[in-house]
Every structure is written in C-alpha cells, then in structure tokens.
Design a protein around this ligand. Structure first.
Ligand SMILES: Cc1cc2nc3c(=O)[nH]c(=O)nc-3n(C[C@H](O)[C@H](O)[C@H](O)COP(=O)(O)O)c2cc1C
Length: 182
C-alpha cells in the first residue's frame, strides 16, 4: 500500500475572515522604491501578478496615506485620484489570477527626511547599514499636538476608502517597526 503523502501545513487552506485562502504563504509587504512621484507604475502589474497564486494573499509595499506621511524614497501613495487610478490595473491583475490583495497603509513618522511629525521631538539615530548602503538621513521631527491626531486618523480613514475604491480586498496598517522603538 502506498504511504500517505505528508501534509505540509503551509500549503493547507486557511479562513481569513470572509476570505478562503488556499494556502498560508503570504507575500509580505516590501518597499520597492520604484513609484516615481509617489504614483504606482505599470511595471507593478507584472511584479505583483507574478507573485499571485489562486487563493493566495498578497500585501502591497508600504503605501503612504498623505503627503505628510511619506518617508521611503519613491514609495507609493493612495491619497490622490491619480494614485487610486494607478493602483486599479495592478489590483485587477492580481484578481485576474485569483489572488487576494491587501494594501498596506502607512504613516512613516520619523523615518522621513522632510520635517516629520511624530509623537516625540527626539530625532532618530540612523543605523549604519551592514550592506554598505547609504546612511539614511532623518530630519528632526516635530512633536504632534493632541489636536492634530484626529486629522492623522482621518488620513487613514480616507486611505482605507481609497483602497476600497482601487479594488483592494482589505488594508493592513503598518505597525511600529521594532527598530523605531527607543
Ligand atoms: C526590501 C524590503 C522591504 C520591506 N518593506 C516593508 C514594507 O514596506 N512594509 C513592512 O511592513 N515591512 C517591510 N519589510 C519587512 C518585510 O515585510 C518582512 O516583514 C520581513 O522581511 C519578514 O522577514 P524577517 O523579519 O525575517 O526579515 C521589508 C523587507 C525588505 C527586505
């Protein structure tokens, strides 16, 4: 009698809310720094659709919620109509292959070189990259006033609505990076 093939847990289905994922391998959000002018580019259609499988979950690269939330060079945004329209064919390509696509929305806080707002006015200390890349430069942050917080929350609310308008199946909110906690 033939031995039963072992089950590979990663390749078993998973129910994520209303989504029936066919396996548990997820495309992690990875900044690509190729969205010139903060607008997603057509080449992302190929990039994301190449990584799509039927019933698989993908999460976009970090996508800025507003022009004050930017930090990574040439990262995409989702606060203008132009950006939303640019995301649509990318989302369509993922859906055409049966993928489930979440947009990672982000406010970059102090990882910025343009007078960032933050919860603190304590500047970040750049880490020297071990791979010889340029040392990032961060501008001194300005501490956010309490009365400004609802505006930031609203930026996330609008970005989530824009993500829905672009056709995304959900959003993932970028968490605080471990290396930012000091
Ligand atoms: C080139 C690169 C870009 C990344 N960009 C993001 C990003 O945009 N958003 C995010 O939440 N994580 C980002 N990450 C982290 C990855 O999503 C992922 O969590 C991490 O690589 C997981 O594996 P690790 O913890 O073993 O590195 C990035 C990682 C790499 C290598």
């Amino acid at each position: 009698m033939a031995a039963k093939a072992p089950t590979i847990p990663l390749l078993t289905p998973y129910k994520l809310g209303k989504f029936n994922l066919s396996h548990r391998v997820v495309l992690a959000p990875m900044a690509r720094n190729r969205c010139y002018g903060y607008v997603p580019q057509p080449h992302a259609i190929l990039y994301y659709s190449q990584r799509t499988s039927k019933g698989g979950l993908l999460i976009t690269e970090a996508t800025a919620v507003s022009d004050t939330s930017l930090g990574f060079t040439e990262s995409p945004g989702i606060w203008t109509t132009e950006q939303v329209d640019a995301w649509k064919p990318i989302v369509d390509a993922v859906h055409a292959k049966g993928g489930i696509f979440f947009c990672q929305i982000v406010h970059i806080g102090r990882v910025s070189n343009q007078a960032p707002i933050s919860s603190t006015d304590k500047p970040l200390t750049p880490q020297i990259p071990s791979n010889g890349a340029d040392v990032p430069q961060f501008a001194p942050p300005r501490r956010l006033r309490s009365d400004e917080i609802p505006g930031i929350v609203n930026e996330f609310r609008l970005a989530a609505r824009h993500a829905v308008a672009a056709g995304f199946d959900g959003v993932e909110i970028h968490g605080a990076h471990g290396f930012l906690i000091d």
